[in-house]
Design a protein around this ligand. Structure first.
Ligand code: ADP
Ligand code: LRH
Length: 502
């Protein structure tokens, strides 16, 4: 097979990037995937009044820049794929025009409707019919919030396109709805493999907004002639990848054995999960707040959304705003020098979900729980990282109890693995090895699904073998300090105390 190039756009909540992938076939050796980043740009919410939005048109411009650069730099990808964060969407009118800016999933407007939706449908029914844990940002709550606010946009809308599908539409003129993103809406029924129109009816969400679902690996359409002319590029073809970034990342977990594995996609969010053939819809999975998200190759990913490095991103933004600009490596250095286990937080305490005043919220948590209040940059960063490591341990144990599997170690992928301290702390907390890599897992998984669609990569197993053969995977052996056992006990007691208070 010739060395065909592909282009992957991976948009995370904190940054987006365009990468070129090339499959290299050396004589006698196993094929390798070579990846080069050609464009990177920041991303984040834009505040207007009480609302938070995505700057979707600027993101489109960044994609165009990526396309232009690819060809200017001498690459010639034949296909491209777009993956983004989950749940968010744009609404289109009857003329196919975008009606306003898409909300950012942290927009607070869902908070008033969640209780109503849960009490009218029932928490158990919502889980059974979607496989998802209750996250305030799920598309269903966003639409219910728009309905409650009598949004004229919602009344007039003809079509809902989830973010990656919206961007594909802008570039190709073709409207589709890709499966992995569809399963993040909480409006897709995993057992029926269909849109949950009954739930839509009960919440007065118009079912006509939702398109027929297509699966990862499906060719969509080439760039429009207009876009080709504007950018001076040939008609590269859009392929539906695992358009939900978490699902693209899961494709690139370099696990090559037949045994089950547990992974952590470590970025703005920490998504910890394991791959299964069917959703796990038990009461216990619901109680422990796990989701079953549709994955590539007909899989389901049983996973938990953990607040993740968002907490540190927000602290960093505050320090930057005060004029003390710290790089992530400097923050990690400060944390490495700080006293271990001084103060811990529960990263999933809901106060940490919304933007702003993150340092104050961490300090308030510590004060309320009778712990020393972290002040210095290193103390705060260490508190966040150790708490995340403990949360990761708890989640691995929960996945083991839910599935009856036992895992030898943890695969970590995503931007957060550049934080070597976090990887080491995680190995220590777990008392098991951590295999870290690759960093750009979502973009790589995106490329691999493009290669599946063109017949260059057979299946998930081949894809993962290719990742293992192509990228360095760093091993973190656990350093077993007895303090980790006590720290875990303290961590679970903090959570129990909070539950009692509620
Ligand atoms: P997303 O795709 O959700 O935007 P990424 O996968 O890009 O997120 O990961 C972003 C996170 O990676 C940041 O919040 C930061 O904590 C971490 N990170 C990025 N660069 C570094 C670095 N050089 N050292 C340590 N951590 C880093
Ligand atoms: C991570 C992610 C996660 C979703 C959240 C909205 O980027 O896609 O899987 O739940 O963003």
């Amino acid at each position: 097979l010739e060395d065909q190039e592909v282009l992957a756009f991976d948009l995370g909540a904190s940054s987006g990037r365009a990468l070129i992938g090339r499959m290299i076939h050396e004589s006698g050796g196993a094929p390798r995937l070579k990846v080069e980043e050609i464009h990177r740009f920041p991303n984040g919410p834009v505040e207007i009044g009480d609302h938070l939005y995505w700057d979707i048109l600027r993101l489109l411009e960044e994609l165009k820049t990526g396309l232009r650069k690819a060809f200017q730099d001498g690459y010639s990808p034949r296909t491209f794929g777009i993956d983004t964060w989950g749940v968010d969407f744009g609404l289109l009118d009857a003329n196919g025009e975008l009606m306003g800016n898409p909300y950012h999933y942290r927009d607070p407007h869902t908070q008033e409707v969640i209780e109503d939706v849960v009490s009218s449908i029932g928490k158990e029914a919502l889980f059974e019919q979607s496989g998802l844990q209750l996250m305030p940002f799920n598309t269903v709550y966003q639409l219910a919030a728009m309905k409650q606010a009598a949004s004229p946009k919602l009344d007039a809308a003809r079509t809902l396109l989830l973010t990656p599908d919206l961007l594909v539409y802008f570039l190709t003129g073709r409207m589709v709805c890709e499966f992995t993103m569809a399963t993040t809406t909480q409006l897709y029924h995993p057992s029926k493999q269909a849109w949950n129109t009954e739930l839509m009816d009960r919440l007065s969400i118009p079912p006509h907004l939702f398109l027929e679902v297509i699966h990862p690996g499906t060719a969509i359409a080439p760039l429009t002639q207009r876009v080709c002319k504007e950018l001076g590029v040939p008609p590269v073809e859009a392929v539906a990848v695992g358009t939900h970034d978490t699902e693209s990342a899961a494709v690139a977990v370099p696990c090559c054995s037949d045994e089950s594995f547990v992974y952590l996609v470590c970025g703005t969010w920490s998504l910890m999960g394991t791959e299964r053939e069917q959703p796990l819809l038990t009461e216990e999975a619901a109680r422990l707040e796990f989701s079953n998200e549709g994955g590539v190759g007909g899989t389901y990913q049983l996973l938990k959304n953990i607040m993740g490095l968002w907490i540190l991103q927000e602290c960093k933004a505050e320090w930057d705003g005060q004029g003390s600009v710290y790089s992530y490596s400097r923050l990690v250095q400060e944390a490495a020098g700080a006293e271990p286990f001084r103060s811990l937080i529960d990263p999933d305490d809901f106060r940490f979900y919304s933007p702003h005043d993150m340092i104050g919220k961490i300090q308030a948590f510590c004060l309320e729980s009778g712990q020393p209040v972290p002040q210095r940059v290193g103390e705060i960063t260490r508190c966040v990282l150790e708490s995340l490591a403990l949360k990761y341990k708890q989640t691995v144990l929960q996945i083991e109890s839910l599935t009856g599997e036992s895992f030898q170690g943890l695969h970590m992928v995503g931007g957060g693995i550049q934080n070597e301290l976090l990887c080491q702390l995680t190995a220590n907390a777990l008392a098991r090895p951590v295999w870290a890599g690759p960093v750009e897992a979502s973009a790589i998984g995106n490329m691999l699904v493009q290669y599946m669609s063109t017949g260059h990569c057979k299946d998930l197993q081949t894809a993962r073998r290719l990742v293992a053969d192509s990228f360095p995977i760093r091993l973190y052996e656990p350093q077993q300090h007895p303090e980790w056992v006590n720290a875990y006990l303290r961590f679970t007691q903090l959570q129990a105390r909070k539950e009692e208070e509620q």
